[in-house]
Ligand binder design. Structure first.
Ligand SMILES: O=C(O)c1ccccc1N[C@@H]1O[C@H](COP(=O)(O)O)[C@@H](O)[C@H]1O
Length: 216
């Protein structure tokens, strides 16, 4: 029997807000576990259904295709789900709505003051994970802002995907502080909204791996 030797579990990485095949290639080459496509038309990173279909077809096997929705129409989500492996609900969707598609899903929680995270974890019990993001009034996400990571309770009932303002410069500190199951980044690896920068993607992965090895 082989002993499992690992100082810390590998932190999974989701790169979100992809709009171009070339950025998918870069994210996959550096080791992305999941790729996010924003279907919310209010985003500067939004893709429509036709573009989603082309981008999703470009993603290789074993990389999770995630569709991001913000309080959107049920029929649209059903059509998009054909091209996706996982649904990300980033608005005020109640648990029953998230469950209705019969697909794996995650729920984003914006860390506004007073949010009861353990209660939310209980309410969204059938989510595969909770994605914790910064709160800015009137903006559903993609703010590029961090929040106080010490507000994340230890031993939550759900795996945590840490998001909000992560960059190559702060992601290692975030992993050290939170020990999340995964990190999610959008603006922190961009050259411009919707256009990723391969050098920043490389630096982000390097920082994640250093944190996982405890060598930073
Ligand atoms: O990226 C967007 O435009 C967006 C719009 C609406 C809801 C969520 C959005 N993005 C998600 O927000 C977090 C944090 O992004 P950032 O790294 O701070 O830029 C992440 O989960 C994105 O997927």
């Amino acid at each position: 029997m082989h002993a499992i030797q690992s100082s810390r579990a590998r932190t999974r990485v989701k790169i979100c807000g992809l709009t171009r095949e070339t950025d998918i290639d870069a994210a996959v080459a550096f080791g992305a576990d999941a790729l996010g496509f924003v279907l919310w038309p209010g985003s500067r990173r939004a893709v429509d259904e036709a573009r989603l279909a082309r981008l999703a077809a470009h993603v290789p096997a074993f990389v999770t295709r995630v569709g991001l929705f913000v309080d959107q129409d049920r029929e649209l989500i059903e059509r998009c789900a054909r091209h996706l492996d996982l649904l990300q609900f980033h608005g005020t969707e109640p648990p029953a709505f998230c469950e209705a598609f019969g697909r794996p899903w995650i729920k984003a929680l914006r860390m506004r003051d007073g949010l009861d995270v353990p209660a939310a974890a209980t309410a969204y019990a059938s989510a595969q994970a909770l994605l914790l993001d910064a709160y800015r009034p009137g903006v559903p996400g993609g703010t590029g802002e961090t929040f106080d990571w010490s507000r994340i309770p230890a031993n939550l009932a759900k795996p945590v995907i840490l998001a909000g303002g992560l960059t190559p410069d702060n992601v290692a500190a975030a992993i050290d502080a939170v020990h999340p199951f995964a990190v999610d980044v959008s603006g922190g690896v961009e050259a411009a909204p919707g256009r990723k920068d391969p050098r920043r993607i490389a630096a982000f992965f390097s920082a994640v791996r250093d944190a996982d090895r405890g060598t930073r």
